[in-house]
Each structure stands twice: as structure tokens, then as C-alpha cells.
Design a binder for this molecule. Sequence first.
Ligand SMILES: C[S@@+](CC[C@H](N)C(=O)[O-])C[C@H]1O[C@@H](n2cnc3c(N)ncnc32)[C@H](O)[C@@H]1O
Length: 253
Amino acid sequence: MNEGQPESWFGFRRVDAAQKTELVRAVFSSVASRYDLMNDLMSGGIHRLWKSAMIDWLNPRGGQRFLDVAGGTGDIAFRILERAPEATVTVCDLTPAMLEVGRDRAIDRGLLASGPGGMNWISGNAEALPVVEMGFDAYTIAFGLRNVGDQQKALREAYRALRPGGRFLCLEFSHVAVPALARLYDLYSFKVLPWLGQQVVKDRDSYQYLVESIRRFPTQDRLAGMIAEAGFQQVTYRNLSAGIAALHSGWRI
Ligand SMILES: C[S@@+](CC[C@H](N)C(=O)[O-])C[C@H]1O[C@@H](n2cnc3c(N)ncnc32)[C@H](O)[C@@H]1O
């Protein structure tokens, strides 16, 4: 590993943050065209309910500027604009192939123009966002933070991007709080999911990475501590589906 680089994990492999970024980009480049289909298949559509819960808590309003980091194919951005058509959403993602799929979806929906009620698509790393300081009213990240090499750095960047009074909201896989469910979930994660990945998209490794990265991600309380460490206040979280996923919220005061 390179000296001076913070240590992180690619699944169960210890790598440095820069290596992880490259490996993650390769994973999402390879799954981009099938990503939306696989999401539905693997979660039985439940990711849609979790994303709706995120938008409910976010409560977007017209005129607000949103930054959706690790926005991928635009799911969160589209939901924000459905709820608040006069809002502006900037989608930022590491993987150009994911953004391309998202932009195609935006064109199909007539949502490509920037400005009020529009979308911007930018390529960039959550650890060093290519955006101005204090330029946004809210920062969202859904199923993205787990993939970032240096997560604490990404949280500090979220803080930098938000104006005072701005909102941070993170949706991520988390840790199951009910032991009986945890065993079932383990079985599904380590046996069924990689198998599904192989059958449907002939890509067992990407889905093995998904499962491992979920296990290595900080617990709900640890993540809340990291968000507070980045400077956010009033940090709270809500478990979704008994902790299979969690929503973390914080404010830049
Ligand atoms: C699981 S997808 C989530 C996409 C979308 N937010 C959703 O919920 O459907 C994770 C996304 O994170 C992006 N990503 C991974 N590491 C990143 C980083 N360091 N900075 C920005 N985006 C990153 C990937 O390219 C991928 O598009």
C-alpha cells in the first residue's frame, strides 16, 4: 500500500483509498448498463421503498439546490424533481458509464436542461467534490458512501459543499438489529446474491464485492459519530427494514 494513503477496504481486502477508488470504478463501469435491473432483482424492489423514505425525510422544495453524490443513474435526483419540479439537482458520480445511463434516462424524461427545475451531471470523486463551497441547500448520498475510499474525507467534503443551514442525508446498507433476521440475511447475502449476480449478469465478483462492502461498513452509531466528527450537528438516524439499511441525517449549522 502507498504510504500516506488512509487504509480502507475493498470488500474484505485491505487496500489504500486510491486503489479502492480504481477498483470501485471498475465494478460500476462493468455493471452500469444492467445496474437498475439488478437493483430491483436483488432487493425485490425494496430499494424503491427505502429511497421513498429518504425523499420523505428530505422533504425537497422548489428553488432549492441539491447535490446528489454517487448519484449513479439518477434515481434519487429523479425522485427529488418529481417531488419538487422547480428544484435544481446536480448529480455527481465517479463512474462516467453510470452517468451516461442517467443522462439517457433524463433525456427520456425531458429533464436534461440545467437551471431551475433542471439537472446537471458531473463526474467527480466524493472525496474532492468539483463544486463550490457552500453552494447547496442539501447533500444526498444513497448507497454511495460505502464505496468511497476515505469516507471521513467525503463527509468533510459534504460539509464544505453545504451552506449554513444545509442538510446532509445518507442512505446506506447498514447492520441488522434483529439476530434471527441477521442469520437469514447472511444466508441470502453470501449464498443467493453472488449466485444471482452470476446467473443474471454473469458477474459474480461485483456482487460478492457488494456483500462484503456492506459487512465492512460502519455500524449505525459509528457512522453517526463520523458525521458529527465532520462538523454536522443534530445527527440522527432511522433504521429501515430492521437495519438492513439506515438513513443518517445531519445539519450544517
Ligand atoms: C450503488 S451505486 C448507487 C447509485 C445511486 N445513488 C442509487 O442509489 O441508485 C454507487 C455509486 O457510487 C459511485 N461512487 C463510488 N465511489 C465514489 C466516489 N468516491 N465518488 C463519487 N461516486 C462514487 C459509483 O460510481 C456508483 O455509481
